[in-house]
Design a protein around this ligand. Structure first.
Ligand code: 13P
Ligand code: SF4
Length: 362
């Protein structure tokens, strides 16, 4: 049977959750410390419960880079497993239980389109037209491009530090692929609106005039996350009308209008900490993926935690107990994530820069 892009044998399809979990625990015990299970905050609660470590993209990358275990099972989406493969030793292996779990936003920056954009920028602006700051939600080939061109990777928890770092070294930043994270971060840094432009890869010269590019401080790739652009100003207003005491917390992949109306915004780890630190009795509406929001509601019954609106990431949801069990019982090529060796040094450079920038900031 085909399940989410992976062929799952019938014996797994019919398994109850209880039995699948029991077999997962048995397999984990068999591997012991040789195997580690990492889970992103958007994973289903039963997956998070089984994981050794849960975190946002930054924490997971850092954890992967410090990992001693030779087998890493990544419950998240493909770019996260790729980053883990780049950050680990060659003898360590990284598995993704469903290879169809990809981030659609990462796929909005096609490496060939980025090469065309870069050549056009060089043409119009001359050598060193910008430094690339690449959101980690991107393919390994782009991480290699970023390393080669002197740029850095960032996550939603260190985008501000990464852009500041880049603007100390260049007049402009090409930020990709999430225009919203780029714009929200540019705004926090005080970059004027007219100096942030959007590059549309489907138009010649990104749909921009040379003079606009010349003036730009941030060139934002026209990508977005559908899970977060779902949240609207109306959602925030409706919550405020019904719950006047509610705090609204959103992820910075939301639109600028939503982030502006919210009380706070930050990475998934920031959101987890926000709820954790809020006093008992707090009312908190959250604008991010619903699996995280539901779990927080369960974990903090003394607080009223609910979703700003229901928005689910179908790709994160592709990982389930059955394909996790299937992965653990096989650990073979079908779920192995391997970044091409020629891409690894450049990608590693860009990811290491991010880790260094974030460490220096602490
Ligand atoms: P975080 O780095 O905040 O966990 O975000 C990852 C992601 O994919 C958000 O949609
Ligand atoms: Fe990608 Fe959005 Fe899903 Fe995060 S929530 S993995 S950015 S589609």
């Amino acid at each position: 049977m085909i399940v989410g892009g992976s062929t799952l044998p019938d014996e797994y399809v019919g398994l109850s959750d209880e039995l699948a979990e029991e077999r997962i625990r048995a397999k984990r015990a068999e591997y012991g410390s040789r195997l580690v299970l990492l889970a992103h905050h958007y994973q289903r609660k039963e997956i998070v419960r089984l994981s050794d470590f849960r975190g946002d993209s930054y924490a997971l990358s850092k954890r992967a880079s410090q990992q001693g275990s030779d087998l890493i099972v990544f419950c998240g989406v493909h770019f996260m497993a790729e980053s883990a493969d780049v950050l680990t030793r060659d003898d360590q292996r990284v598995y993704l239980p469903n290879m169809a779990a990809r981030c659609p936003m990462a796929d909005m920056a096609d490496p060939a389109d980025v090469e065309v954009a870069w050549a056009s920028l060089l043409d119009v602006l001359g050598p060193g037209p910008a430094l690339p700051v690449l959101y980690i939600n991107s393919v390994a080939e782009l991480k290699a491009f970023c390393g080669r061109e002197g740029g850095t990777v960032c996550t939603s928890s260190n985008a501000k530090a990464a852009i500041e770092w880049a603007l100390k070294r260049a007049k402009r930043v090409l930020f990709l692929p999430d225009q919203h994270l780029g714009r929200n971060t540019g705004k926090r840094l005080g970059v004027p609106r007219e100096r942030m432009v959007v590059w549309d890869p489907e138009l010649p010269l990104g749909g921009l005039e040379p003079a606009e590019l010349e003036k730009a401080v941030l060139i934002l790739w026209k990508g977005y996350c559908h899970v977060h652009t779902w949240f609207s100003v109306e959602h925030v207003r409706a919550v405020r009308a019904s719950f006047p005491k509610a705090k609204v917390v959103v992820h910075p992949e939301c639109t600028e209008e939503v982030v502006d109306l919210a009380d706070a915004s930050g990475s998934t780890e920031f959101i987890v900490n926000y709820v954790h630190s809020a006093p008992s009795g707090s009312v908190i509406a959250i604008g991010t993926e619903v699996n995280l929001v539901s779990r927080l509601a369960l974990e903090y019954p003394d607080k009223r935690v609910f979703e700003l609106s229901r928005s689910l990431c179908p790709n994160m949801f592709r990982i389930n107990l059955k394909n996790l069990l299937w992965t653990l019982e096989r650990l073979d090529e079908s779920t192995l994530v391997r970044v091409a060796p020629e891409l690894k040094p450049g990608a590693r450079l860009a990811l290491d820069r991010m880790l260094t920038i974030s460490e220096v900031r602490k």
